[in-house]
Design a protein around this ligand. Structure first.
Ligand code: ATP
Length: 350
């Protein structure tokens, strides 16, 4: 295993910047997930690490070596593709052996390593089958075995679970994570699935439009988002548009005066997580903010209930409450009070 360092990586296609100056260090044995909306440059970054795309500028270092200009088979990276990319006319064992052949591993050693890799993904005995004789989940495991067979310094996973059905995806998530821990594999995974990212990662990298917005733990991203993009992308939030009038005072576009934590005067958005807002039939005197409103929409999600509350013609927010037998669960049209502490919101200047 090895540490991975990406330094000032850039990829341009003509005038278009797919990746703009991305730097990231992944520690030995760490599982890092690149998360971001479609087209943000995650896959391009991963492919530059694997060697399938040549960077316009910047460096990729694996362990102590600079691998930026090496072809994929000369750098010790194992990659699993979204489509699995198995060769349909080769058997499972031949598919798994592919990377070893490219690296000219002696035949006797090769058979042993193919067996080992198939055992790791619980497919011992499947070596003679063709990919089409396997289920989607099994094909995905063959692709993983192929990546593991070369004993990679770093494992690269490009949306590896997106072709699996929802239930299988949850199982395979756990399998991959356990295997990664057991082998101490330095791993980088790309996904746009937030839940997948949050469950699997040691650390997450949130990207948008070719740049890294924030690197951190699940808690960092959710509790202390670096900017408005991260606040909106990770978890759910309501943004109220308005102005910071003075430190601690915010006025919404709809004219509501709110207590906030800090803020620099000027146009801004106040981010409020739905589960941090309290809702009651009567005023909420103990909180920094207490506002009357009307319930406009209720969405029943089983364990939770989302309540959309109109505060002014221009301001509406979502409150999430746990579905408890003794909990307050208002109806559409009902007058309510919502409240929150100033510290529960976060202000992002424009
Ligand atoms: P997705 O989740 O949809 O796979 P992504 O974040 O992985 O998205 P990339 O595949 O890295 O996104 O693409 C980043 C941007 O670069 C996109 O806007 C894409 O259209 C563009 N791009 C990728 N490959 C090329 C290419 N060969 N020529 C021109 N533009 C490209």
């Amino acid at each position: 295993m090895a540490r991975l360092d990406i330094q000032n990586l850039v990829k341009r296609y003509g005038d278009f910047h797919a990746v703009k100056d991305v730097s990231l260090s992944v520690a030995d044995g760490e599982f890092v997930v690149l998360l971001g909306p479609s087209g943000c440059g995650k896959t391009t970054t991963l492919r530059m690490v694997a060697g399938f795309i040549e960077p316009t500028a910047g460096q990729v270092r694996l362990g102590d070596g600079d691998v930026t200009l090496l072809p994929p088979w000369r750098r010790n990276t194992g990659m699993v593709f979204q489509s699995y990319a198995l060769f349909p006319h080769l058997t499972v064992a031949q598919n798994v052996a592919f990377g070893l052949e490219m690296r000219k591993v002696p035949k006797a050693d090769m058979e042993k390593r193919v067996e080992e890799a198939l055992a790791l993904v619980r497919l011992s005995g499947y070596g003679a089958r063709l990919p089409r004789q396997l289920s989607g989940g099994q094909q995905q495991r063959v692709a993983l075995a192929r990546a593991l067979a070369i004993r990679p310094d770093v494992l690269l996973l490009d949306e590896p679970l997106s072709n699996l059905d929802a239930k299988l995806r949850q199982e395979v998530r756990v399998e991959i994570r356990e295997l990664q821990r057991q082998l101490g594999l330095t791993t980088v995974m790309v996904t746009h699935d937030q839940e997948e990212a949050l469950t699997m990662a040691d650390r997450l990298v949130v990207m948008n439009e070719g740049t890294v917005h924030q690197v951190g733990s699940q808690r960092d991203l959710y509790e202390r988002p670096a900017d408005r993009f991260v606040a909106g992308f990770v978890g759910r939030t309501t943004f109220l548009a308005g102005t910071v009038e003075s430190a601690g005072r915010f006025r919404t576009e709809g004219g509501l005066g709110l207590a906030v934590a800090g803020g620099t005067p000027g146009k801004a958005a106040l981010s409020l997580r739905p589960e941090r807002i309290e809702i009651a039939p009567a005023p909420l005197p103990g909180l920094d903010n207490d506002l009357p409103g009307t319930v406009e929409f209720v969405s029943y999600l089983g364990a939770q209930i989302d309540i959309h509350v109109r505060l002014s013609p221009a301001d509406r927010l979502v409150v999430q409450v746990a579905n408890r037998a003794d909990g307050f669960s208002p109806e559409v049209g009902q007058q309510v009070h919502v409240g929150w502490r100033a510290s529960a919101g976060q202000v992002f200047g424009e």
